[in-house]
Design a protein around this ligand. Structure first.
Ligand SMILES: [Zn+2]
Length: 268
């Protein structure tokens, strides 16, 4: 949870990557296999601009997937610094220790990229970026942070701008995790978790975390992103998986609440 203190404030780190082209006659192009997936559209993904809030365990896995698949633009917001106890699961290396997460993740993802992508890491919390008038407009936002104040802020910010948001989180016992898609005029994060909207507590340091559930939920998030813009079928806006499966996985449509803490009647 360490953050940058004092000045000068670090600047965003921007990377532009280039497609790795076939070198042998008749060789399949790099995205050949995913372009064979029913409903998947490479063209759509390459035009997509994504804002990712949180560059930790979930953000790193999701970001890796997005750049491998060939997302057009990925902008990462995170004000934290890389700590030693992050390295068992987050997309950072020894050389990244004690540096800003968003900047380091952008750099590391630029090495994973195989297509034409723009990857920018902003060393601020999302709220700070908005306050500093940084352009956060996008086609879709992904919120993979560990605290309700940021989730509530992100929900409100993008709902007003009619931009879809994918929220994702894992449980503290690492057994389950969910993905929720907030789309314009549909259920918001407050309809799903009314109590979270007034929760001002930040997580304590040292919250348990492990790679397996992060990877599983990040995969679901990648599918969710495609499903918003492509004909990859989805019969839910909330999906939750349980690794141990003493209770079954869940997938359903969260409905707009009449007494939503964010929008009241949701009268638009
Ligand atoms: Zn709502």
């Amino acid at each position: 949870m360490t953050r940058f203190i004092g000045s000068p404030k670090p600047r965003p780190a921007k990377y532009i990557t280039r497609e790795i082209k076939p070198t042998v006659t008749g060789e399949a192009k790099i995205t050949d296999r995913q372009e064979r997936i029913p409903g998947f559209s490479q063209e759509v993904l390459e035009r997509l601009s994504v804002v990712m809030i949180g560059g930790g365990g979930l953000g790193g896995e999701i970001g890796e997937g997005l750049v491998r698949k060939g997302v057009g633009e990925l902008r990462i917001f995170d004000g934290d610094v890389v700590e030693l106890s992050n390295l068992n699961r987050q997309r950072f290396y020894k050389k990244d220790l004690y540096k800003n997460k968003a900047r380091c993740l952008a750099k590391n993802l630029a090495r994973e990229a195989v297509k034409n992508s723009i990857i920018i890491g902003y060393p601020f919390r999302f709220q700070e970026a908005v306050e500093e008038n940084i352009d956060v407009s996008c086609d879709l936002a992904i919120c993979g942070v560990d605290n309700n104040p940021t989730r509530a802020y992100v929900s409100k910010y993008f709902y007003r701008r009619e931009t879809p948001v994918v929220f994702t989180a894992v449980s503290r016992d690492a057994n389950n995790g969910y993905v929720f898609i907030q789309e314009p005029d549909k259920a918001c994060f407050g309809c799903l978790f009314p109590n979270a909207m007034n929760d001002t507590t930040e997580p304590c340091p040292g919250v348990p975390a492990i790679k397996d559930i992060l990877k599983a939920v990040a995969g679901l998030t990648l599918y969710a992103v495609d499903s918003v813009f492509m004909n990859r079928r989805r019969n839910w806006n909330y999906k939750e998986i349980f690794l141990a499966s003493f209770v079954p996985d869940k997938a359903f449509w969260v409905k707009r609440k009449d007494n939503c803490p964010l929008y009241g009647e949701h009268s638009t």
